[in-house]
Design a protein around this ligand. Structure first.
Ligand SMILES: CC(C)(COP(=O)(O)OP(=O)(O)OC[C@H]1O[C@@H](n2cnc3c(N)ncnc32)[C@H](O)[C@@H]1OP(=O)(O)O)[C@@H](O)C(=O)NCCC(=O)NCCS
Length: 190
């Protein structure tokens, strides 16, 4: 993460704490979600490790507690809105909106437990987040960024009708093992 104060969107309200799209429900990630977060990530490590720098074999309950607390603080300050993804009450992944793409923009991030992939979960979660983001007064654009090699992630903005607006080099300090070093930037506007 770059230094300095976290970005926030001026004049932006907060999105709803619960969102739904098709069979998917998103609920605001709370500090009490640390245990479920730890279990989901522990079971998903092999699947996440190629693409997520933080998904290391030593990922612990302490990491999940710290992350869940941080999500709570970021929600309160308006710099990010993190959710746990549920299908039929089962926690299946994580998704969120992050104020790190400049004024008026929010970026969507997501991952899904490997037992639940290929069923449209990430696409439904991103659809719900897109609608919620564009409903906020201070937001006129939503972006999805992914490494060019991450073809599964690419399908999400493609299926949702995002426009490909560019390809940029990624931060070498943030490179995950499967990253190619190039990032595709997708955007949808109000
Ligand atoms: C990327 C990820 C979130 C997708 O979740 P998901 O719930 O399976 O996504 P969806 O089911 O909504 O869509 C996935 C699409 O990718 C396609 N796909 C999956 N693996 C693929 C691959 N290796 N090459 C090309 N397409 C692939 C699926 O067929 C599907 O497309 P379709 O609906 O046209 O058939 C999930 O694979 C994941 O958690 N990956 C690891 C973490 C990660 O990469 N997060 C994103 C970082 S930018």
């Amino acid at each position: 993460m770059p230094g300095g104060p976290p970005a926030t969107i001026e004049g932006m309200d907060q999105p709803p704490e619960e969102l739904t799209n098709a069979a998917v429900t998103l609920r605001r990630r709370q500090p009490t979600d640390a245990q479920v977060t730890f279990e989901l990530i522990s079971e998903s490590l092999d699947h996440l490790q190629p693409w997520m720098l933080w998904a290391t074999p030593d990922y612990s309950l302490e990491h999940a507690k710290e992350y869940s607390q941080r999500c709570d603080a970021e929600w309160a300050e308006g710099s990010a809105f993190h959710y746990v993804i549920y299908v039929d009450q089962a926690p299946v992944g994580s998704a969120g909106l992050m104020a790190r793409v400049g004024t008026g923009g929010l970026e969507i991030g997501y991952w899904v437990h490997p037992s639940w992939t290929g069923r449209g979960v990430a696409t439904s979660a991103a659809a719900a987040l897109t609608d919620a983001a564009l409903a906020l007064p201070g937001v006129d654009r939503v972006e999805i960024h992914h490494d060019v090699a991450n073809k599964a992630s690419q399908r999400v903005p493609e299926k949702l009708g995002y426009a490909l607006v560019g390809e940029v080099p990624s931060d070498p300090d943030m490179a995950a093992p499967a990253d190619s070093g190039r990032v595709k930037v997708w955007r949808i506007t109000r």
